[in-house]
Design a protein around this ligand. Structure first.
Ligand SMILES: *Cc1c(COP(=O)(O)O)cnc(C)c1O
Length: 431
């Protein structure tokens, strides 16, 4: 299948070329030329299928002709070697736990899928590819873990010094091999600016193949539709219309869920839940999209002032605002309300949510006020220990540290400290 640039549908690329480039030459995001619904029997009989079979059938059309079926099967079984349980915490309210992977955030799925695809595509290629990525926390760890040891691919991760949690820092600075962590004296926005400058710097791109590993890349974005299907499989016996509430920052995750719906998955509605970074909730009210600088919150993986994937969501609905509104609601919540929700869920259901999951819970409850006869699933996008400070001070508990995390906490941090773009450039050119 081909993918076209959202800036100009005439600019097209194969799956492979779109993955290796990350973004179209005109800086547009790539979008699949077709989304062919799966047969109705697929959904009727979904409980008889394994997760690997579901994922294979769902992604097959997008990679056909580029990745042979047996390779795709191996990739999928490598990516999905952990659980995606839904846990019911109240009547008609369940959470989809996406934190059972190696770095304990949902980004493991997309990062591992992309790493496997890049590994396959770089076999037999003479030039190495450099994945350059800026992280505010979770992306870095998932990308580092996913790409570790992938031949023909080097990874350079930029993170803002002192602004990621201890656990997150360890996850991206302790792996070594083909993973290099750059500790930037600045903010996440500074890191992102450096990465963007490098992509436009022909003195670098003439010598080096650079690609991104954030949800702009179709190999990171699309596989995120898998676990919406796994949730549907688990909840299909409830006999109620389903609603998904997705804690959203760059809107890649929720957009993948909406692609699952276009594949025919029966869903009544999506809720995009945000913190006070409320560009999309405002858009859904007034139909005007106005990006602003991001504000810092306790759910910092969603501190995004200009969500990159929202254009893909609008495109799914041919920019028809009324049609989009039928299927998507969006609500914004303050840190204070988020902490109250964490406390409420903990005391009522004895369940610990991280601040992102709590925002998802709030959005779902808001929607269910007017739509009580639905089965609601909110995504728990990270394990609560990844946001340990907030969880400890809000709930006054000390959650147990899982083995995946304990393993990295004992390792030594290795990073290259930089303050300017020139230092990044010198490193990329000279190694
Ligand atoms: C990245 C992230 C999000 C936001 O996901 P998007 O796809 O950018 O909307 C939400 N929660 C956590 C924990 C994350 O790491």
């Amino acid at each position: 299948m081909n993918f076209y640039s959202l800036n100009n549908p005439k600019i097209q690329a194969t799956f492979k070329d779109a993955v290796v480039a990350g973004i179209a030459p005109d800086k547009g995001l790539y979008f699949p030329e077709r989304i062919e619904p799966l047969p109705k029997e697929f959904f009727d009989n979904i409980t008889a299928l394994s997760n690997n079979e579901i994922a294979f059938k769902a992604i097959h059309q997008f990679v056909e002709g580029e990745i042979p079926d047996d390779v795709l099967k191996n990739i999928i079984s490598d990516v999905l070697d952990f659980d995606f349980p839904i846990v019911e915490i109240e009547e008609n309210v369940a959470t989809l736990e996406l934190f059972h992977g190696p770095t304990m955030a949902f980004k493991d799925v997309g990062a591992r899928f992309m790493a496997n695809c890049m590994g396959y595509f770089s076999k037999g290629e003479k030039t190495e590819v450099t994945v350059l990525v800026a992280t505010s926390g979770d992306t870095g760890g998932a990308v580092a873990n996913g790409f570790l040891g992938v031949e023909g691919v080097n990874v350079v991760i930029l993170y803002p010094s002192g602004k990621v949690s201890d656990i997150q820092e360890k996850q991206l600075t302790t792996l070594g091999q083909n993973i290099v962590a750059m500790e930037v004296n600045g903010t996440f926005d500074d890191c992102q600016r450096m990465v963007k400058t490098a992509f436009l710097d022909t003195e670098i791109t003439d010598h080096k193949k650079l690609t991104s590993a954030n949800s702009i890349n179709i190999a990171r974005w699309l596989p995120q539709l898998f676990y919406f299907l796994f949730a549907y499989k688990q909840a299909s016996s409830k006999g109620k219309e389903m609603v998904f509430s997705v804690p959203s920052g760059n809107f890649g995750n929720i957009c993948a869920g909406m692609v699952a719906q276009k594949l025919g998955m029966p869903v009544k509605h999506f809720v995009a839940s945000t913190n006070v970074n409320d560009v999309v909730p405002k858009f859904m009210k007034k139909g005007v999209y106005q990006p602003v600088p991001s504000k810092a919150t306790i759910s910092n993986a969603m501190d995004v002032g200009d969500p990159s994937n929202f254009i893909r969501i609008r495109h799914l609905y041919q920019d028809n605002f009324d049609a989009l509104k039928e299927n998507l609601s969006s609500y914004s919540f303050s840190d204070e309300t988020t902490r109250e929700a964490m406390k409420k869920v903990h005391s009522l259901s004895d369940y610990v949510t991280d601040p992102h999951g709590a925002v998802g819970y709030l959005g779902l409850k808001e929607y269910q006020k007017a739509n009580p006869d639905t089965y609601g699933i909110f995504l728990e996008t990270a394990h609560p220990v990844k946001f340990l400070d907030v969880v400890e001070e809000t709930l006054e508990i000390s959650p147990e540290i899982p083995p995946q995390i304990q393993k990295v906490m004992g390792k030594d941090k290795k990073s290259i400290k930089i303050s300017t773009y020139e230092e990044l450039k010198t490193y990329l050119l000279e190694g």
